[in-house]
Design a protein around this ligand. Structure first.
Ligand SMILES: C[S@@+](CC[C@H](N)C(=O)[O-])C[C@H]1O[C@@H](n2cnc3c(N)ncnc32)[C@H](O)[C@@H]1O
Length: 415
């Protein structure tokens, strides 16, 4: 085993470009160990160090997952409405991997579960991976099946479905680390209460809730710093209606506060082709520009002007197969203060906060696209039955009013 670890360490620190090396393992037969170029990065090597003294097949699985997710380009979630899966944050993941030995982990909205797989490989005893999209759960199972390790497979539990209805699939009060990366900002505000109820139900009393959300101060969100609700308009080049590519993201303050981030509207702006219907290679849809924000109009017109020759040539075989669309949805972004207040409203307190840049690394607040928070349940400082007694007495005395409401709220926060 020692030789195997040594061989792996040498590979990791030398920065060996894509080699497959037959590592000698004293206990097991020599297995192929795969190392990609980024395996040499210290943060990445650190993750592998934590995966540590494991079977070569498990190390291979860790490397495979890291290859797909370390400083990776964001990957579109299967289906269109759920946004992107972002690269792992090695600094936070390393910390969780250090803490998860023998613990129970659950990932909500975990997409293909890459973070959770690493936590499982680092020694978590049970790992639940939830996502609402079946294809993402299938990707997750694909990773596990490729490892062909029964003991490894046994500890992972896929749960496909709505995270807000997950209660009956995981025993209450058993989860030590609940990881919900970039899920909360996809939920309408009126689902926040349910989200935190689920978190409370699943976590052990000392369990950690690990969350990330869009950061309000990131470069993406310019303008009035007091505005948190936006309409996000994403300009998409849709090739053969099957390979949408984002060209631009535009945000403007949203008049509504409680929209559904998953409710998209899609407006076709123009299609490209040649022949009669396509003057200068482009057919502009009548009135479509009226449906988007006026700041976005010059941007769209510039895309069309700069690219119509190329796009119309590319769509020769099938006129109209290249389209520009604008996809619009409601969006919430958070500052550190706002996410802290939200957590406190629902009975959690942040114990650690960091910012995450587009490569997935922890960063300065200015560079941070996301805020990551590690939170715990608020400590119980007064016994809940005190609140209950006060609340009940007020009801008895026929004075429910504000004190009752306060006590009910406190009971909610601390129970
Ligand atoms: C923005 S992606 C983030 C994926 C991954 N956690 C990451 O950080 O890369 C949001 C994920 O949440 C999933 N999702 C959205 N709503 C959900 C819900 N109600 N229950 C479970 N998963 C949900 C989507 O399918 C998607 O995989």
């Amino acid at each position: 085993m020692k030789n195997f670890i040594k061989a792996l360490s040498v590979l990791l620190f030398m920065g060996t470009p894509f080699v497959a090396c037959a590592a000698q393992d004293d206990n097991k037969q020599g297995e192929e160990v795969y190392a990609g170029p980024a395996a040499a990065h210290p943060a990445r090597a650190n993750l592998l160090r934590i995966v540590g003294e494991r079977a070569p097949k498990e190390i291979n699985l860790a490397l495979k997952v890291l290859e797909a997710s370390y400083e990776a380009e964001p990957r579109g979630i299967s289906g269109s409405q759920y946004g992107l899966s972002f690269p792992i944050t090695p600094e936070i993941l390393a910390q969780l991997m250090e803490q998860c030995q023998g613990k129970v982990v659950a990932g909500l909205g975990a997409a293909d579960g890459i973070n959770e797989i690493l936590l499982g490989l680092a020694g978590a005893k049970r790992v639940y991976v939830n996502d609402i999209v079946e294809a993402e759960i299938n990707r997750f199972m694909g990773y596990l099946n490729s490892a062909q390790l029964q003991e490894t497979l046994d500890k992972f539990v896929p749960i496909q479905g709505d995270a807000l209805k997950i209660g009956s699939y995981i025993p209450s009060g058993t989860v030590d680390i609940l990881y919900a990366r970039n899920l909360l900002h996809l939920l309408p505000v009126n689902k926040h209460e349910r989200f935190f109820e689920i978190a409370k139900q699943l976590l052990t009393p000392d369990g950690l809730l690990v969350l990330s959300v869009h950061h309000r101060a990131s470069g993406l969100f310019s303008g009035d710093p007091d505005i948190f609700c936006f309409n996000k308009e994403t300009v998409v080049l849709d090739v053969f209606n099957s390979a949408p590519q984002t060209l631009n993201t535009h945000l403007c303050p949203s008049p509504q506060q409680n929209g559904d981030p998953l409710a998209y509207t899609s407006t076709d702006i123009a299609e490209f082709g040649s022949g009669d219907g396509y003057p200068n290679g482009c057919k502009l849809y009548k009135g479509a520009l009226n449906a988007v924000n006026k700041e976005l109009v010059p941007v769209l017109l510039r895309y069309i002007k700069d690219n119509r020759a190329t796009w119309s040539a590319l769509s020769q075989l099938q006129p109209g197969s290249f389209k520009i669309r604008v996809v619009k949805n409601f969006h919430i972004a958070y500052t550190a203060d706002r996410i802290t207040a939200l957590l406190e409203d629902y009975g959690f307190e942040p114990v650690e906060m960091s910012f995450i840049n587009s490569k997935g690394h922890t960063s300065t607040p200015e560079e941070g696209l996301f805020i990551n928070i590690i939170a715990k349940r608020r400590a119980l400082r007064v016994a809940p039955d005190v609140f209950r007694r006060i609340a009940d007495r007020r009801i008895d005395q026929g004075k429910p009013g504000i004190i009752k409401q306060c006590c009910e709220r406190l009971l909610y926060l601390f129970s």
